[in-house]
Unconditional design. Sequence first.
Length: 446
Amino acid sequence: MVEMLRTTDRATRERLIKEAGYNVFGLPSDAVYIDLLSDSGTTAMSDYQWAGMMMGDEAYAGSRNFYNLRDTIKEVMGYGYVVPAHQGRGAEHILMNVFVKPGDRVLGNMHFDTTEGHILLKGAEPVNCLAEAGYKVGEEADFKGNFDLDLLEAEINKDVDKAALILITITCNNNGGQPVSMENIRGVRKIADKYGIPVFFDAARFAENAYFIKHLEPGYKDKPVAEIVKEMFSYGDGCTMSAKKDALVNIGGFVAFRSEEHYRKAIEWQVPFEGYVTYGGLAGRDLEAMARGLKEVLNEDYLEDRIGQVRYLADLLVEAGIPIVRPPGGHGVYIDAKSMLPHIPRHQFPAQALTVELYVEGGIRGVELGGCAFGYKDPETGEDVWPELELVRLAIPRRVYTDRHMMVVARALKAVKQRASSIKGLRLVYEAPVMRHFTARFERLE
């Protein structure tokens, strides 16, 4: 389907963003012209998926759609035990309750916001082991989502007994949707086996990661994406997935396991929080759409078009002089707010300020992935701790916008850049204790 995109005037946008506490999460979607807040759940489903929706079996227990999903995950990923959940964070909640206890450490390449939040809510410590190249915004390098394997092993050796889980996020969202190489995944598995630590994937964008392996990693050029996917998952004990990304649906997620023992522990948490084991918070029709999307996403023509559109927007922004994370990743383009607004100090949230100005300029909604999303106060000193990166993510929904929309985005950012020196920072006036960026409120500094 298509829907009408609504435009607003600048004065209206100024009023609305102020009412929202200068946080784009608080905007009504009707007030947004091009919505790049997230690629999660914003996909346009296919005719094949919609046809599947008409075949939903809404039985409370034993829905045929669940068995179709289970068999599809076994075929695509190789995991035979499947626990559906209402979305990715539901899956993360289950996973953390299976493996993590207070005082533990969860090691990853770079944990995303909801993952980090669930780790913290368990009283555990999220540890990022991203390779140094992943922090270098303007540096052209392949596989900037890779682990620093020496750092991973060093972090494990700080207290082996506390290393509860290794989580490989593919692609790595925080630093630009950057892929992880097969060689690096094998290296993580080898270290995990040495210490007896389970390895799971955050598989939200698994097909995009496999596409990059096919095109960038020696030895994979002639292998089908489906075969690459199967090999990737062979190095894990299971995965969580927000199906709202690479399963091409508007809602849903799951945890999948290789081990029946882990599965049995997981459903102890699924049933009270998500629902019975064969629906997990979802309608049967949603399970069916998910099963079909997991196969559709492996289509290499689709992946070429999908990742090609991200690359197209990145090229437009580079041409306009906008500093971005390079090379562009799989699901969006990330702007380096520190470089674009160097006069705004970190405590005035330059990425949040840039997100606000992009909305005011063109009605375009991106999202801040910087000091608000990942900064925090040190519990011992009370001082602010800032993340290495200060980015604005433009996440492109799948099968939704045309390249002409990308041109509009580039023009708006070019206009913002021309007045960048006049942009003011923001003062944080409300924050939640965990995942604060979703509901934070700000005031604009004068």
